[in-house]
Design a protein around this ligand. Structure first.
Ligand SMILES: [Zn+2]
Length: 336
């Protein structure tokens, strides 16, 4: 079941087992990295759980299956709640949790159960968390609460002790790649995106949306220019780095891509070609590789990492690039 959701085979089997057994838990916690399908699986599990027919699959025919149908974007099931921050990256609001508490006073209206999914549960403040704890301590009849979190350690101990914890691991590169190919990406593009996103499908899609490969290629051009005769002049002559990297988001991607490229170069130096992220530009990397020795590459990785942190700590991009350019030029010329 849930073939449309990639990976997480063990968790799927565990959840299927819960459907079969019939004696459902009151609360589950799905935790693991961002963007790997936790909420998606929670939704599909909820649908199967709320189905009114016998059996452990959504029958697609009962009233419950009809009114909760993600394919038709139909979420108007009276016994289904999905609570999530109003915007990505924002916290859950106390009022949102208050709505859940109010709802807890009502028995299931259609199905035998009621399901409440709370996404980004690790962004609840203490008041919200304590309110949720109340529900977990005295679960209303027929209720199933599914908490979803990236950081388990940000949840109260008292909450953790009252939920069945289901751990989600990052997807394998091949799994992410498969989904991306199905979404219409070319084989190569899908592979690179999957590797760069470290098993997070969400991250891969965000990366694509942010034109991540464009900035990767920009980072490649930058690294290709070394060694420089006059590092400071290089930046003055190439003012396009200011123009094409106007915002922090692009700057962050650019610096991260530089780190990845140096990492790939080091892996290639060590004969670990199979491990590299940027497999589509291996030929270009080979040309660059002859100019760099192993210690210079290691130093370059650290320098790009420092640059990214400096930028994150509000050092201006111009200053960050100047320092980085001078350091990299020293390393490539053997001044370590
Ligand atoms: Zn059904």
């Amino acid at each position: 079941m849930w073939e449309e959701i990639v990976g997480h085979q063990e968790n799927k089997e565990f959840l299927e087992g819960l459907l079969k057994k019939g004696d459902s838990p009151h609360a589950l916690l799905f935790y693991g990295p961002e963007g790997i399908g936790k909420a998606l699986l929670a939704r599909h599990f909820a649908r199967a759980f709320l189905c009114m027919s016998e059996g452990n699959k959504p029958c697609e025919a009962c009233e419950s299956c009809k009114v909760l149908n993600f394919k038709n974007e139909n979420y108007a099931h009276p016994d289904y709640m999905f609570v999530a921050p109003e915007e990505v990256g924002k916290d859950l609001k106390v009022e949102q949790i208050r709505n859940v508490i109010e709802e807890a006073a009502f028995a299931p209206a259609l199905s035998k159960h009621k399901v409440c999914i709370i996404n980004a549960a690790d962004s609840m403040n203490t008041i919200s968390a304590n309110a949720v704890l109340k529900i977990l301590e005295e679960p209303p009849v027929g209720w199933l609460v599914i908490l979803i979190a990236t950081r388990k350690d940000k949840l109260l101990e008292t909450i953790l002790s009252r939920v069945i914890q289901v751990r989600f691991n990052p997807l394998k590169v091949e799994e992410t790649q498969k989904v991306l190919t199905e979404k219409g990406f070319s084989e190569t593009e899908a592979e690179v995106l999957a590797r760069l996103s470290d098993g997070s499908l969400g991250a891969a899609l965000n990366f694509q949306e942010a034109e991540g490969l464009k900035y990767r290629n920009l980072a490649l051009d930058y690294i290709r220019a070394f060694p420089l005769k006059m590092p400071m002049n290089f930046l003055v002559e190439n003012t396009h780095y200011d123009k094409v990297l106007p915002n922090r988001k692009e700057q962050r991607i650019f610096l991260q891509m530089e780190e990845y490229i140096f990492r790939d170069l080091l892996f290639m130096k060590l004969g670990l070609e199979a491990q590299i992220f940027n497999s589509d530009i291996q030929a270009e990397l080979k040309e660059i590789l002859v100019k760099w020795n192993e210690s210079a590459l290691k130093a370059a990785i650290l320098a790009t990492n420092r640059a990214a942190r400096a930028r994150a700590n509000h050092t201006g991009m111009k200053g960050v690039l100047e320092t980085l350019t001078i350091s990299l030029n020293d390393y490539v010329e053997g001044r370590l």
